[in-house]
Design a protein around this ligand. Structure first.
Ligand SMILES: Nc1ncnc2c1ncn2[C@@H]1O[C@H](COP(=O)(O)OP(=O)(O)OP(=O)(O)O)[C@@H](O)[C@H]1O
Ligand SMILES: [Mg+2]
Length: 474
């Protein structure tokens, strides 16, 4: 584009110069011809005055007088003046000897016939000259010719001078335009080249590559748009990688959880197969097999539950949930377990109705109670405390257990997380209980957090938003 612009500028500059020079030349030639014409007419009038008063012939004294007049004027005239007789022969010449016949020249013939003659021709010295011939008349009779001529040398040298100067100006102008075009193209294309480099770096896997907004408004906007896109792509890639990591960790966690009960079952079954086991041992091994199978079933159920809640694209079946009733139902369902553990469970407080899935919320309470009653020593008390809170309602489960180690707090709600490894499988489950709690609470647009109580034990707090129309959003 810039090359085209440059070419157009040059062509028009050269064209304009050529046109201007041509016009100037024809103007100067016209002027020269006019001058020669005037001079020739004046000379003709003068000659008539000097020589033709008596008759139509030029005698010797008259010719001499004419020659003198021409000689007198010669130093001041830029042109050459000749006077020819009726035969076209020179009788007086401002710049040479008389005697030559110019009768053959067309412009002279023209004048001899009473008209005006003009011609341009190359002189013997190789210069271009302009010739103008006008008749010298006596009455109607043509008695001679006044013949003026001048080389066009001065005009031509002036023009060539102009041509040189114009060429210089055009060259300077072209150089300037070129420099400007080069600068402009750098300024325009450098940021684009930079952007291309950054883009290929990004494509090559360097996702931290970002463009520096530079240059014109458009290239800056392009760089910013590229950066925004790069941010987005980098974020998406990061998320994908994170998702990938979560999945593979999940799979390895699941296999790990499966292996322990399966090993136990296999061990017990092999021992039984071997025979030679006392009846009491036999019962124990069978019980162990049943227990481990139960654990596997529970694991499968828990995973399924998690999958259903987190993978759910649709919405929870929402209903009006009285939180206190739900808590009491959970306590009732867990009564055999809590009684076996020798722990008392009390439900206190009340709260306004919330919108949610009653069965799922009961599972939240059950999972929290399961943990709380497990850690609380025999004879202790676990409290389920319900209250209206700032943004909605809250449900707390407070236990009298050992509390939660500080470093475990941020991970409690992760899948398969167990804080006390020593306690692990003999007493606890797979570490999915709190993950399920968190998933259900999230699906209700609520929050759950764990903390240690100052007086000992821990407290789990679930907050659910108050009943309102946008409750359906997760
Ligand atoms: N009330 C509590 N006091 C102290 N530690 C707790 C309490 N609740 C949970 N934890 C710790 O958090 C871990 C995760 O609890 P979570 O309920 O997710 O798993 P789990 O009880 O071990 O197994 P599951 O619930 O799947 O049977 C527990 O292993 C335990 O170490
Ligand atoms: Mg649990």
């Amino acid at each position: 584009m810039l090359v085209a612009l440059l070419a157009a500028a040059l062509v028009s500059a050269v064209g304009l110069s050529a046109y201007f020079l041509h016009e100037l030349e024809s103007f100067a030639l016209r002027k020269l011809e006019e001058r020669l014409h005037t001079q020739a007419r004046l000379t003709a009038a003068l000659v008539s005055e000097i020589a033709l008063a008596d008759d139509a012939r030029f005698d010797a004294s008259e010719t001499a007088a004419i020659q003198r007049a021409l000689d007198d004027a010669a130093p001041y005239a830029a042109s050459r003046m000749r006077v020819l007789d009726a035969d076209g022969v020179v009788i007086a010449d401002s710049g040479g000897a008389p005697g030559t016949s110019y009768a053959e020249r067309p412009e002279v013939r023209e004048a001899l016939e009473g008209g005006y003659g003009a011609a341009t021709r190359v002189t013997e010295r190789g210069r271009v000259a302009l010739y103008v011939a006008v008749p010298i008349k006596r009455g109607d009779e043509v008695v001679g010719v006044s013949y003026a001529s001048s080389t066009t040398f001065s005009i031509m040298s002036l023009l060539s001078d102009y041509r040189t100067r114009l060429a210089l100006v055009v060259a300077a102008f072209a150089a300037l335009t070129f420099a400007l075009a080069e600068l402009l193209s750098r300024w325009l294309s450098q940021p684009l080249r930079d952007l291309a480099t950054v883009a290929s770096r990004f494509a090559g896997g360097d996702h931290s590559a970002r463009a520096v907004p530079r240059g014109s408004v458009e290239t800056r906007a392009l760089a910013q748009a590229f950066n925004a896109m790069a941010d987005e792509v980098e974020r998406a890639i990061g998320e994908l990688k994170e998702e990938e990591r979560r999945k593979s960790r999940f799979v390895s966690d699941v296999s790990h959880e499966l292996r322990t009960p399966l090993t136990a079952i296999r061990g017990a079954a092999e021992t039984l197969l071997d025979g030679d086991v006392s009846e009491e041992d036999e019962r124990q091994f069978l019980a162990s097999i049943v227990r481990e199978a139960d654990r596997l079933t529970r694991l499968a159920n828990d995973l399924l539950t998690l999958q259903r809640i987190e993978g759910a694209t649709g919405e929870l079946p929402l209903g009006r949930v009285p939180l206190r009733e739900v808590a009491e139902r959970a306590v009732e369902a867990l009564q055999p377990l809590t009684e076996a553990r020798g722990v008392r469970v009390v439900v206190t407080g009340d709260a306004p109705i919330v919108l949610g899935d009653a069965d799922r919320l009961q599972q939240v309470v059950a999972n929290l109670l399961d943990n709380a009653t497990r850690v609380t020593p025999e004879g202790g008390t676990v409290e389920v405390r319900i209250a209206a809170s700032d943004e909605g309602v809250s449900l707390q489960v407070l236990d009298e257990g050992p509390g939660i180690p500080k470093e475990a707090l941020p991970h409690l709600f992760e899948r398969f997380f167990r804080a006390q490894v020593s306690r692990d499988r003999s007493t606890g489950g797979a570490g999915l209980g709190l993950a399920i709690v968190a998933a259900i609470v999230r699906a209700h647009a609520g929050t759950v957090e764990a903390a240690n109580r100052p007086e000992g034990g821990s407290v789990f707090t679930v907050r659910l938003p108050a009943l309102s129309l946008d409750r359906r959003e997760r």
